[in-house]
Design a protein around this ligand. Structure first.
Ligand SMILES: [Zn+2]
Length: 210
């Protein structure tokens, strides 16, 4: 805890001071250009890896960067309501689904059925990626666990892009070219990001161009 308390003071005296004008402006409200959906994993820093500042990314984080398919429900839905707010109220121009290497959530999907018995809510949440898991398990041999995990992480991102399009207001905006959706795979140890290319069906190294 002490590290966090020291950090608060360090922030106020350092980064806050050097971005004082920006924070004054942000007091008036937010107009983020991008909804960024990433894993809760502590090794991902959406602002750092995209070179963005406070006010630019509206961020949703959950285990394995999953987007539940659209449905009307009376439950308390965190991810779904944040998507709704970002698109309908804030009018974001982009939605990024950002998976990552060595994702514990994706690895858990590939484990035996009783693996998450002690974490019932996590287990339930990861069911949303069952169709990807079934495909990967049938396509990739179990003597290549790293390839299986890598494909699970990338396949999971593509699946969430499909789920995004099940939201009527997202589909409508994508078709009208008012909203872009993109799937990314971030590699922790190299800092590289591979972006899903719909034409080839592959993830290609981001090189700074659209
Ligand atoms: Zn993860």
């Amino acid at each position: 805890m002490q590290k966090l308390l020291d950090g608060i003071v360090k922030f106020r005296e350092g980064d806050f001071e050097s971005h004082k004008e920006l924070f004054k402006l942000l007091k008036e409200g937010q107009k983020p250009h991008t909804l960024f959906i990433s894993c809760s994993d502590s090794r991902i820093d959406p602002n750092m890896i995209t070179g963005t500042l406070p006010g630019e990314l509206f961020i949703i984080r959950n285990i394995a960067n999953i987007v539940p398919p659209y449905r009307e429900t009376a439950e308390y839905v965190a991810t779904t309501s944040a998507i709704e707010y970002a698109v309908l109220n804030l009018g974001v121009e982009n939605i990024i689904v950002c998976g990552h290497s060595n994702c514990g959530g994706c690895a858990a999907c590939l484990k035996p059925f009783d693996f998450l018995e002690q974490l019932p809510h996590t287990k339930k949440w990861l069911e949303l990626s069952n169709s990807v898991r079934d495909r990967i398990l049938s396509e990739v041999h179990d003597d290549k666990p790293e390839i299986r995990e890598w494909m699970m992480e990338q396949g999971n991102v593509v699946e969430q892009l499909k789920h995004l399009l099940s939201y009527p207001y997202i589909k409508e905006r994508v078709l009208a070219e008012q909203l872009k959706i993109s799937g990314w795979h971030y590699i922790i140890e190299t800092g590289e990001i591979f972006i899903y290319d719909k034409e080839s069906g592959e993830f290609l190294l981001a090189n700074g161009r659209v």
